[in-house]
Design a protein. Structure first.
Length: 156
């Protein structure tokens, strides 16, 4: 496996090693609800560039986000549809399914099954996530929960 050292002496992992770390994180944290893995995989100075409103843009916020999702969708299961890595970046295109059994962002449990897609970009240094850009399809989620109409208005 190819490794290099950055100017600050931090060992840089190969793209394949970074993908393996993110695959492990996805399975353990997203699918099994092990939010404590955030402390292992995310750097102490981690920055989330797209935090959910009301969530901090750091590791604690990432753990809070996972806890909120697992509370709202206890049967949450995600699938990595595509993963691409180059240099220090890992991009995951994923889909997640679950049943809305708990409150989420002010929406009480509906009992509805949902499927939502997302794209997440991770920048990694030394095998740790230092930055993340997470773009879930929240509009589709809110439509599936019945919060927002999924019908288009008639042309005028």
């Amino acid at each position: 496996m190819l490794k290099s050292t950055t100017r600050k002496g931090v060992e840089q992992m190969s793209a394949e090693e970074n993908k393996a770390i993110m695959r492990h994180f996805f399975e353990e944290a997203v699918n099994r609800g092990n939010a404590s893995l955030v402390d292992e995989v995310f750097s102490p100075d981690f920055i989330n560039h797209d935090p959910t409103p009301g969530t901090r843009p750091d590791r604690e916020g990432a753990k809070q986000y996972l806890a909120e999702l697992r509370t709202a969708f206890p049967d949450l299961h995600g699938t990595i549809d595509q993963m691409i890595a180059e240099g220090d970046m890992v991009v995951i295109h994923a889909s997640a399914r679950g049943t809305h059994r708990g409150s989420l962002w002010g929406v009480r449990a509906t009992g509805k099954r949902i499927e939502v897609r997302s794209v997440t970009i991770h920048r990694m240094v030394g095998g740790k996530v230092v930055e993340r850009w997470h773009i879930p399809d929240r509009l589709s989620l809110m439509q599936q929960l019945g919060v927002i109409s999924s019908t288009r208005p008639a042309d005028t």
